[in-house]
Structure formats: structure tokens, C-alpha cells
Ligand binder design. Sequence first.
Ligand SMILES: *Cc1c(COP(=O)(O)O)cnc(C)c1O
Length: 368
Amino acid sequence: MKAKEVLNQMKPYKPGKQIEDVKKEYGLNRIIKLASNENPFGFSDKVKQALPNLSTNLELYPDGYATELRERLAEIHSIDKDQLIFGCGSDEVVDIICRTYLEPGNNTIIAEPTFPQYKHNALIQGALVKEIPLQNGYHNLQAMLEAIDSDTKVVWLCTPNNPTGCLINDVSLHYFMKNCPENVLVVVDEAYYEYVTTSDAPESINLIKQYPNLIVLRTFSKAYGLAGLRIGYGVASESVANLLNITRGPFNTTRVAQQAALIALEDTEFLQNSVDTTNKNKQQFFSYLDDLGLKYYDSEANFVFVKLPTTGDALFEHLLKKGFIVRSGEALGHPKGVRITIGEQEDMNELRDLLAAYLSSLSKEEQI
Ligand SMILES: *Cc1c(COP(=O)(O)O)cnc(C)c1O
């Protein structure tokens, strides 16, 4: 059997190390996972309390239209309910976009490095992927505009960008949309939207009225802490959402996930607390990095990409033995760095001490 040619050059997604594996491998009983930008504060107690009641009638298919969640989000975002597309995580919405618009002969534009799923899914559809290097962690929007040609179907803007955390501000996004041809779909992936604090952040969803070629992705996996349930969504113009809904599998989100998301939306206290605490811990960690003389990108998300005098793999291996899982930049296209999710304060303090000890132990030869 011969599969698509392109798969010969691709590999299955390699997730961050799993807690149980590391415990076994290193004989540790406590592991702090700061590798996948998960929420260290868990998820809403209101969801926890409701869960036993949500797991009834599992013999029935879920509501494929996700009616209740759809209606609530339409209200929250002041949009029409047919502007929404739900996915098994926003990951699936990325795949649905690729399946809807990309094929051999056309192309798509992404930043480099950025969230890897855009490229991965685009390649599977046979499209050409144009990668435009970031500038000091930020999207080079001008170069991305210049890369657009008559075969370009989709441009991906990840903001805050994973793995750098850099945000595309209001003025820049307006500029991009104004100068982007209207037959090119612009995907603004806002997986970390809830963590953003800067006052010049765009309200991207409001721009869809003006730019029907814009789709904004959001997820319940990060600030809402529901990564395990797999639910995310996109907001687009009705015509784009309609096309995506044709491509979408009929029952792609579970009833448990839909209901949990609905409850999570109402628990604004949990959301605010976890966002505020994360941002406080992030500012403090920034000051630790400053003290250690380490450079990092300007992050508006719940993680920070730290530049290192050694390889990300070396630090990753070292921290693993101490019970900390971070994400080496190697897999993220930036070998001399690590991406660290902002965790609880004590853990970040312990990490600072480990970093300090590690840096001072580095001999000159090891520094590259
Ligand atoms: C984590 C992440 C997602 C995926 O979120 P899911 O909803 O869990 O699939 C999407 N985009 C970016 C940039 C992310 O970092």
C-alpha cells in the first residue's frame, strides 16, 4: 500500500514528556510539567462538580451542532450563531481549515517558528508551505504580505505566537487585514487570548464584520484548563463557517466537552484567578531571568521562551533529572532555547534555583 508521498518526510507528533514516564525513568515521585502550556491551577470546580451528571446517556450521539454552547458563545461574542465552528480542540479546526482550502497546487503562509500543526496539516493536504522567519519573536507581517501570490489560500497568524509568546498588536493586525487580498483566508489563532494584558491587543473577533476573510480560533485547553476534554472553536463569517462545517465530522465534539465548556464559561472567577496568578508568576519569573542574565522573548501568554548559552536539549535533560519537564527549543525550530510554561510560584522559585545552579556549572567549553 502506498500512502501520500508527503508522509514519507513526516513524523507523528512527538508530545512533551509524559509525567508517568519520567517518574518511572528517573525514579522520581514528584514531577512538575511545564512543557505543554497546560493550566497549573487545573480547571473550574463548577465543572468538576457537574461532571458526574454530564456522563449520562453515553449511548447517544452528542448534539453535533453543539446548540447550547453555540448559543452562549454567540451571545458572549455578539455574533450570529452560524459564525461558529467547533472542533476536537482548536487543533481540529486547524485541520478542518486545511482540508477545506488547501490542496496540491496552492500554498499557505506561516511564521517560523510557530505552532507546528498549521504546517503539518497543510503538508498532508499537499499544499506548499511558505515559512517566514520571525523578527525577534514577532511575526514579520510585511514579509508575510509580500509572500502572498495568486496561489495563496491561507495565512496563519498565531498571536500570542507559540513558542515565543509575542503578540500581534491592534495596529499591526489592522494593517495586515487592510493589505491582505480578500480571497486569502487569514487565521488568527488566539489560543492564549485570555492571558493577554497589554492595552494594544486587538479584539480580532470584532474585525470579522469588516473582513469576512478572517477566522479567529479560541480554545478551552489553556486558560480554562480543559485540555483533556478536547474542545475549541473558530469564529468566522457565515460563509466561511458554513464551508468548514461541511468538512467537519458530524459528531466531532462530545456532549461532556460541550457541557463542561458551557459551565467553564460561567466560572469567570476561576478564569480570572488563574490568569491573574499566572501573569503575576510570569512577571516574577521574568525578573529571575533578568537576574540570571538570560534573555527571553516578550510573552503575552502563559509561557516564556528563554534563550540559552547552551542547547535546549542539554537544559531539558538536566531539568528532567530534577523532576521538571520543559520543552526544548530543538523540536520547536530554535535549538538554543527552551519554552517554559508558567507554573505555580513555588515551582517557579525552585526552577530559578535549578537554572542558577546549572548556569554556573556550565564550563566555558559547554557554552555555545
Ligand atoms: C495549544 C494550542 C492550540 C491547541 O489547542 P487545542 O484546543 O487543545 O487543540 C492551538 N493553537 C496554539 C497556538 C496552541 O498553542
